[in-house]
Design a protein around this ligand. Sequence first.
Ligand SMILES: [Zn+2]
Length: 237
Amino acid sequence: MSLYRDTGVVLRTYRLGETDRIVVLMTAHHGKVRAVAKGVRKTKSRFGGRLEPISHVSLLMYEGRQLDVINQAESIDHLRSVREDLDRLTRAVALLEVVDQVAQEGEPDPRLYQMLVGALRTLAAQPAPLLVPAFYWKVLANDGLRPELDACVSCGSPDALVAFDVDQGGVLCRTCRRWVALSPVALVLLRRILGGDLVGALAEPSSPATHEVDALAIRAMEHHLERRLRAVAMFDH
Ligand SMILES: [Zn+2]
């Protein structure tokens, strides 16, 4: 068996036998990894509480035939403010759920890992209204599904863009409109999120436009994943 080091965020865990758990992680260099944490459910586990969902850890792992085995796990970020606040915790769960759905085992995606770590750190510092939707749009763009925001996806017109077509992945003009209405303010927010002003967009207070961007992000993500997201049902819209 070969030993390797990586860092990862715990996406979820489930029981294995009497005292062990399978830990599903988004790692920096190995993509999504399912690994065994032996004895983690014992009261005096050497892992302490470091392998709970949201934990960002530095890992030493053995490569197993079917599942890798976690040998050591050290905390990188404590993210205490996320764990101690239900609203932030719910948002963190929404991030983890999407990463779990999008990431593939055996397919490294360092950018997705970095985006997740960045989003969790931002969430710990300041829970911006657009944090989760911005993350969803960035994940879609990272998957090659960057939405068209500058011209109608139906006729190519750059004028009077008033709707968003989730199926086509972009905006629609007044003549071609169908699907979801999109206000000019929400369109500007989308352009800022995907066009290099993420920090500025995250500083925006909650407004009807941020709600629009949020609702549309959920629809676009659910369309991409071809399933409903469970965590968003917990949000208070
Ligand atoms: Zn058009």
